[in-house]
Ligand binder design. Structure first.
Ligand code: NAI
Ligand code: MG
Length: 499
């Protein structure tokens, strides 16, 4: 297809152009209503594929398949070590097909190929990390004080059939962050990728089948949020729904989950602060804070979108971060040398542009230099706004674009610094740059956020739990905590009779 980028490999091009169906019960099936929807390349705005539009009827079939696989069959009988083996095989397949998966990520999402490629490696590592837990998820013997003689213990069992709804900013890693712990815990899954980025989940579905996962363990239904997504969140046959995306949609998921009180985990939005103290190593802090907001064009839930710089170094730091942003090259993700790709869609581009305009109208100063618009794709250049304050929507709301709001702070009184950090409905992440490690610890303790990084920008290790305080979510991803949230804890007490 002429709309595909000329540098795309034949393997990736062939996959994109193939007919795309739904993965239900181990088979690729046509959607029941026979509908399809368009997939575009955000780097050009052109149509590159059409994929199956799954709807409520397809969700019903997928949930039924997941239920059958959970209750009976090879998966239900699968020994922990065999689950580990399947997951390790999947990790190997992800790595073996890493180049193709990275290209699909670029065509679907727009990000530069080098970043997509690095993400694939991280994805395989996440699968391996979770694979290691399968044989180590234990309960414990519990000493009872009740009269009589008892043997009591706890045991972790899989929560059951899980619905997983993911966003478009990191299509493959978001799928894996959801699937790997659920499968490690022994659940079965219905995954609904974001409508903007369905391709990599479909390719992943093929690799999952190739790895040998039994039919019905992983079902993939592409479709729209308000339709397939809503049906999955509300489905009475689903025991848990796990969601990553906007806080607004997260609240809808919670409401939909009320019907059968399914378990809910949510990884939602953020408006994460980054603090630069005057004693910080500025040579590291400046690129660190710049990447915290510009990486993936700011389409990162934990993006460091509020920058607080001590007044002593404020002017220099803000100018240097703006200059750093100005040097980043924008362009199509398949073209080498580009640092930033487009935003995901026209809708998202216009949303971000409206925020920048609202900031300007509210009195913010645009420090970044103006660039000529790039034709075709949905590009927004890195934008640093100074003279912002907490009343502005750009400071309060998640923008999900490469827009940084810079504000000075005056004293090192940690209570007031923490008050700045916590002046938000969100609580996902915070960054602290200082050489004073005591101050860093004390401030980290006061900040109401699920993750804090000191002298580093986002730390994405599979072992480190990730998730939100406040309206940034419920539960954690990564680490042992992620697996535990895909399990139920059962207490068993056995009356051993008279001594
Ligand atoms: P969204 O939260 O609406 O979409 C994320 C996922 O939820 C997609 O798979 C979508 O199909 C699904 N979905 C949408 N409505 C649903 C419903 N009623 N029931 C069940 N599933 C539903 O996010 P959207 O509209 O793509 O982006 C809007 C804003 O959300 C962004 O500008 C950004 O601020 C925020 N966002 C945050 C993300 C994060 O990781 N924190 C990721 C994506 C978006
Ligand atoms: Mg939406």
């Amino acid at each position: 297809m002429s709309n595909l980028h000329p540098q795309l490999s034949q393997t990736a091009a062939q996959f994109i152009q193939r007919e795309h169906r739904l993965l239900i019960d181990g088979r690729w099936v046509a959607p029941s209503a026979g509908k399809q929807f368009d997939v575009e390349d955000p780097g050009t705005g052109r149509l590159i594929a059409r994929v199956a539009e799954g709807q409520a009827a397809d969700i019903d079939l997928a949930v039924a398949a997941a239920r059958r696989a959970f209750e009976a069959g090879d998966w239900a009988r699968c020994k922990p070590a065999d689950r580990t083996r399947l997951l390790l095989r999947l990790a190997d397949l992800i790595e073996q097909h890493g180049d193709e998966l990275a290209e699909l990520e670029v065509m679907d999402n727009g990000k530069p190929l080098a970043f997509a490629r690095r993400g694939i490696t991280g994805t395989a590592e996440m699968v391996r990390y979770m694979a290691g837990w399968v044989t180590k998820l234990t309960g414990e013997a519990v000493p009872l004080s009740m009269p009589g003689t008892w043997h009591a213990y706890t045991v972790r069992e899989p929560v059951g059939v899980v619905g997983q709804i993911i966003p478009w900013n990191f299509p493959l890693s978001m799928a894996i962050w959801k699937l790997a712990p659920a499968l490690a815990a022994g659940c079965t899954v219905v995954l609904k990728p974001a409508e903007q980025t369905p391709l990599n989940a479909l390719r992943l579905g093929e690799l999952i089948m190739e790895a040998g996962f039994p039919a019905g363990v992983v079902n993939i239904v592409t479709g729209f949020g308000g339709d397939a997504g809503a049906a999955l969140a509300a489905h009475p046959g689903v025991d848990k729904v796990a969601f990553t995306g906007s806080t607004a949609t997260g609240k809808r998921i919670v409401q939909a989950a009320l019907g059968n009180l399914k378990k809910v985990t949510l990884e939602l939005g953020g408006k994460s602060p980054v603090f630069i103290f005057p004693d910080a190593d500025l040579a590291a802090a400046i690129p660190g804070a710049a990447n915290a907001i510009f990486f993936n064009s700011g389409q990162v839930c934990s993006a460091g979108s509020r920058l607080y710089v001590h007044r002593k170094v404020y002017d220099q730091v803000v100018a240097d971060i703006a200059a750093y942003g100005d040097r980043l090259q924008l362009g199509h993700g398949m073209e080498a040398g580009n640092d930033l790709g487009p935003l995901i869609s026209k809708v998202q581009m216009e949303r971000v542009q409206r925020y920048i305009e609202a900031g300007r109208e509210g009195g913010a100063t645009v420090v970044s230099s103006q660039r000529p618009a790039i034709e075709g794709g949905y590009f927004v250049p890195p934008t640093v706004l100074a003279d912002t304050d907490a009343r502005l929507s750009v400071v309060r709301e998640e923008i999900f674009g490469p827009v940084l709001c810079a504000m000075p702070f005056d004293d090192d009184d940690l209570a007031s610094v923490a008050a700045l950090a916590n002046d938000t409905e969100y609580g996902l992440f915070a960054g602290i740059w200082t050489q004073d490690i005591g101050k860093a610890h004390k401030l980290a303790k006061r900040i109401r956020a699920g993750s804090v990084s000191v002298n580093a920008h986002m730390v994405n290790d599979p072992a480190l739990p990730f998730g939100g305080f406040k309206q940034s979510g419920w539960g954690r991803e990564r680490g042992r905590e992620a697996l535990e949230l895909y399990s139920e804890l059962k207490s068993v007490a056995i009356n051993l009779g008279q001594d």
